[in-house]
Design a protein around this ligand. Structure first.
Ligand code: SAM
Length: 303
């Protein structure tokens, strides 16, 4: 079992922790605990009266939890943020960090089924308690629904043709492993862009299996209810669909980016973004950790 930075190298570590503007005795939440790299850095800034609540729905991550009286790990989807914080009597909070997506450990563990580079069951569930694996999803979706998933979550070119091919292949022989999926995709895989194409298809299925955008929407909406005025919302995303939701929410308090107004027509928004531009890792960080390359960090203060 890998731990710490072998499990996952935290991306934009100092920017994320600085963005939280940590008060030593404050209450902070890391909704994507993973290898605990960001959480560890947050704990280092807290005094004995401060506290950190972390969430992760992957049981592999639970083994990384530090033994620290100031730390609580919630083994659940962060879509239930507000309920858990209320139950733990940790409301309101001073800052929230989300480092979205999957950890390196999840990608690099073949039998989790997240990567087209390793053979393993076509699973992709972050939470082993969830009912539907990627293999089951492929069986459940018809051609139209699968086209939608590939187009929306993977921005796959020719999504309809790819969906048609997958439905056909799955009807002949059930696609149960990652390499069977790669094989089934062969007739529609562009030769010059094989890795990009496979990454897009795997990403699309992963997002659908874990219902990632709906969890993010719930998290953003609840952030306005749980963060105290003056507190920080810090979100790092790895693809444009997530980043768009985060940007819209921070700018306007609406996931679709519509301006919200009160009854007098005054603009209301729960957050003030620190900048319109996202922070990106430096070339040096990307050289050391190529997985950081698509990270986009956005920061906002609760009004
Ligand atoms: C990119 S990793 C976070 C890495 C972490 N910041 C670190 O320094 O090691 C994302 C983690 O969030 C978890 N995760 C993703 N979506 C989640 C959700 N909706 N609810 C709870 N955990 C989630 C994943 O299981 C994964 O462990």
């Amino acid at each position: 079992m890998t731990t710490g930075s072998d499990y996952h190298a935290p991306v934009l570590l100092h920017d994320c922790v600085d963005a939280l503007r940590i008060r030593e005795g404050g209450i902070y939440v890391d909704v994507t605990f993973g290898g605990g790299g960001h959480s560890k850095a947050i704990l280092e800034k807290l005094d004995p009266s401060g506290s950190l609540v972390a969430f992760d729905r992957d049981r592999d991550a639970w083994k990384n939890a530090p033994k620290d009286d100031r730390f609580t790990l919630v083994r659940a989807d962060f879509r239930w943020l507000k309920n858990h914080l209320r139950f733990l009597k940790k409301l309101p909070i001073d800052g929230l960090l989300a480092d979205l997506g999957v950890s390196s450990h999840q990608f690099d563990t073949g039998d989790r089924g997240f990567s087209f580079r390793f053979d393993g069951p076509l699973d992709m569930r972050m939470d082993h308690r969830a009912k539907r694996s990627a293999s089951q999803l492929l069986r459940d979706l018809d051609e139209a629904a699968l086209t939608d998933v590939l187009r929306k979550y993977g921005e796959v070119d020719g999504a309809h043709r790819v969906a048609w091919q997958l439905v056909k292949a799955n009807a002949e022989t059930r696609i149960g492993t990652t390499f069977q999926l790669v094989e089934a995709l062969k007739p529609v895989t562009p030769r010059a862009k094989e890795s990009t194409f496979l990454a897009q298809v795997f990403q699309a299925l992963r997002i659908a299996v874990n219902d990632e955008l709906s969890s993010l929407e719930a998290l953003l909406t609840q952030s306005a209810e749980v963060i105290a005025p003056g507190g920080q919302l810090v979100v790092m995303s790895y693809h444009s669909l997530e980043d768009r939701l985060v940007k819209n929410w921070m700018r306007s308090g609406d996931l679709g980016g519509e301006e919200t107004k009160d009854v007098f027509g005054n603009r209301t928004r729960p957050f003030n973004p620190s900048s319109n531009k996202a922070i990106q890792p430096t070339d040096l960080e990307i050289t050391k950790n190529p997985r950081a390359r698509s990270a986009r960090l956005r920061i906002a203060t609760r009004t």
